[in-house]
Each structure stands twice: as C-alpha cells, then as structure tokens.
Design a binder for this molecule. Structure first.
Ligand code: AMP
Ligand code: GLY
Length: 424
C-alpha cells in the first residue's frame, strides 16, 4: 500500500520509520517532510495546511492511508477534507480535534464528566479575568485557549505577573487568535507524565508512558521549548497510577467525547500531573507527542498500520497493543540559542554512523539538503538522537554516547535528559 504522512518534524520521522517496518507498505510519501524523512520516503513540497493540494495529491497517487502528525491541520479540519473525498485518513475530525484545539472546551468537558483536572475558570474578556485575579491565590496558571506552539501557558507567581499575563494574552494578543479566550487555573505540583493512546471512537488502548523535558537548560531551567528530550517508560507511572487513570481518565474521556457527538478516532495524548491528590489531566493533545513519539514508537511491537486501520474501522478492541520490555531515551540536538535566536545552514557530519546500528535512531527535525546534496541544519531542534537499552540507565548511556556520533556547528543539548530516573 501507499502511505502519505503529513508533517515535517522528528515525530513524523519516527512515524515514517514505524510505517516503513510494515510489510504491507510499498511506498511512503511525506508532505512536506525533511532531509532525514527523505531517506525512507519521497518528500513532496506541499505544506501541512494546504488541504486542497494534499487531497489532490492523495487522489492522484492513489494513497491508501494518510497519517496526520501535526496539530494545526487536525484542528483545522484536514481529516474532514480527506474524508469528504472518500480518502482513508488517520486522525480525529475537526469536531473531535477541539480536544486539543480549545483548552476552554477540554476543561469544560473534564468538569462535566468528572475527569480529574486543576480547578479553573474560562474567560472571554480581559476585564473579567483581571477582576477574578484580585481574589485568586498564587502561583496561578494562565492559558491561551487555542494552539500557540506549546507556548500559550504562563505560570504567574504574583498578582502583578498575572495581570501582565492577562494583558499579553488577551489585549496584546501575544499568541494571536489563540488568546480570544483564556483559562485561568489552579497551580498543581508533581511529576509530569505523557501517556499516548490509540482510540477508535469507542475503545482506547494506551501506549507505554514517557516523560518530556520542556525547558531549554539543564535542571529544568531556561525557556519552554518544543521539547529537549524524552525517556520511556516513566518509572513514576506505577501500576497504581495506571489503575487510577484507567478508572477515572482514559475511557471516561473517550466516552465523554462520544456523548458530546464528537467521536474521537486517532491519538489522544494525555498530559498528566501526578499530584499529591492523585493523577490529574494537565492537557490533552490530539496527536503523537514530539519528542514522545521518538521514544514510544521504537518500542512498539505491533505493525503501526494494523493499529491505525483498526482505529479507522472501529475494531481496536481486537488489537493486543504490545511494547518491548526495555527503555528508550531521546536527546534533542538543537542549534545553540534555541528557542530564541539561532543560526541555520551548518553542515551535519557523521550521520552515517547510525547505519546498521540496531536500537539507535537519528530522527531528523530541522534538517535539509543543500544545493550540493549535503545535510545541513534547518531549525532550532535539529536531530533527536534516540537509543534503546535494557533499562533506562542503559538507554540513557547509549543515547548520550550516540550524541557524539554527529557534529555540526553550534550543536547544543541538555545533559540531564532522563536523569530524574535516578531519584526513584
Ligand atoms: P500545557 O501546554 O497545558 O501542557 O502546559 C505546559 C506546561 O505548563 C506543562 O507541561 C506544565 O509543566 C505547566 N503547567 C500547565 N498547567 C499547569 C498547572 N495547572 N499547574 C502547574 N503547571 C502547569
Ligand atoms: N512534547 C509535548 C508535545 O508534543 O506537545
């Protein structure tokens, strides 16, 4: 079969590597893709938001399955556009992708269906939000309602900071239209865990757990980024936590969406916080995490095509989702200065060191081929170096060893990805 993947980051490279393992797949296309994806797929220069062109391409090439990696096209209704033309596509429709697309929606859903989450209020105007702050306790969390490249969350320690935050989200529109509405919520403490799941509208099958490191610098200091590294599984995601989430969060979310007439098919990514009062939902995403996919998918034993087709055909209950009994760590190699200001266009050397190395992956995020056919840096996050190991300690050692195999000017990484695991 022919598969089209929509997106261009490390997550889409990890999806492409999994898809390429399926014996059912003869040909992979990726729009727009990147230089690494181009090694196993044919990249086509169509943007992820160009729905008409993507649909036309899928029809022309007789694509059997399209997989949407990114949030923006999902929230914008790309699945509806494909389905309207009778094309098979993996991901939630627009009316279900709102689970990620509107934080106010997802908070109201959780409240209505008693799914544990931080206490909150939604606001449509800055006046009311500012008035609410006068009686609030601090720290407090402000969230722009819509998609904001993972940056629309402000943690404010004082009333002054919170007032500034409301102004920047709702009046100065720092995050654009994402700030038409906002959520103000209780500040929670605890460990964060990411749990991704396959959902067919009725049945949900969770994948192995993972943890992201969002801050730019060691010790969780510096600015928030798209993610500087991940490990899987999370030792903090115990059987007890899993049992609680199964009872109160996972199926409850799928059932709530169905009850609202918003049947969800695709990936639900549960951003959880393990608070002293039990696990609570921080956020939902409607797609694989990046860089969570880079540590979860290499450990999955199933044929990803089979699982995705089962979701589309509402027969996920027949699938026995299985993961290897090992661990994986992904260390992001970024361009120094990310996420603020960085240079691009530096040659990447040593990529060939990954060839033939089982259990090691060099997922490309911001890379491209230059006019001479050389791999060069083309973004803030450049590569996601991933390694498996018998346990997290081994996987971590392997991943950091492999970060030495590639070089480029201004290479920057965190040195403590997965270090928290030693505090168990
Ligand atoms: P989100 O995009 O909702 O996952 O938020 C980004 C990050 O902000 C999360 O990964 C948390 O580290 C932090 N965060 C979000 N909501 C809260 C909260 N209610 N309490 C504490 N930290 C939060
Ligand atoms: N790693 C967090 C995300 O993909 O949203």
């Amino acid at each position: 079969m022919k598969v089209l993947i929509v997106g261009s980051g490390g997550r889409e490279h990890a999806i492409a590597v999994s898809v390429a393992k399926s014996p059912k797949v003869d040909k992979i296309y990726c729009a727009p893709g990147n230089a690494g994806i181009g090694q196993i797929a044919e990249c086509v220069a169509i943007g992820a938001m160009e729905f008409d062109r993507l649909v036309t391409f899928a029809k022309e090439k007789q694509i059997d399955l399209t997989i949407i990696g990114m949030d923006d096209p999902l929230v914008g209704g790309i699945v509806d556009a494909f389905e309207a033309e009778g094309l098979r596509v993996f991901g939630p429709r627009k009316n279900a992708a709102i689970l990620e697309g509107s934080k106010a929606f997802s908070k109201d859903l959780m409240k209505k269906y008693n799914i544990p989450t931080a206490a909150y209020e939604n606001f449509d105007d800055a006046e009311a939000a500012l008035a609410y702050l006068e009686t609030a306790s601090f720290p407090i969390v402000l969230k722009a309602d819509g998609l904001a490249l993972g940056k629309g969350v402000l943690i404010c320690n004082t009333l002054e900071e919170a007032r500034e935050g409301v102004k920047s989200i709702m009046l100065d529109r720092q995050f654009g239209a994402a700030g038409n509405r906002m959520v103000i919520e209780e500040f929670m403490t605890g460990r964060e865990v990411s749990v991704l799941s396959f959902v067919d509208g009725k049945t949900i099958k969770t994948m192995t757990s993972a943890q992201d490191h969002k801050r730019a610098m060691d010790g969780d200091k510096g600015l928030n980024t798209g993610g500087m590294g991940t490990f899987s599984p999370s030792p903090f995601y115990t059987e007890e936590v899993d049992a609680f989430c199964r009872e109160h969060i996972y199926q409850a979310t799928v059932d709530a969406m169905a009850a609202e007439g918003r049947v969800f098919k695709g990936i639900i990514f549960f951003g959880l916080m393990l608070t002293p009062k039990g696990p609570k939902v921080l956020e939902y995403n409607a797609r694989f995490g990046d860089p969570e996919a880079q540590v979860v998918l290499p450990r999955m034993k199933n044929d990803i095509i089979d699982v995705m087709e089962a979701c589309i055909d509402t027969r996920l209950d027949e699938t026995d989702l299985q993961f290897e009994d090992n661990a994986a760590v992904c260390v992001v190699l970024a361009s120094d200065g990310y996420p603020v200001k960085y240079e691009k266009g530096f040659e990447i050397r040593g990529l060939e060191n990954f060839e033939g190395k089982t259990g090691y992956y060099c997922f490309h995020a911001g890379t491209k081929l230059d006019a001479d056919g050389k791999f060069v840096t083309n973004g803030g996050r450049v590569l996601g170096i991933t390694a498996k190991g018998a346990d997290l300690k081994q996987a971590r050692e392997n991943a950091y060893e492999a970060t030495k195999w590639v070089e480029f000017d201004n290479k920057y990484m965190r040195n403590d990805i997965g270090k928290a695991i030693y505090e168990v």
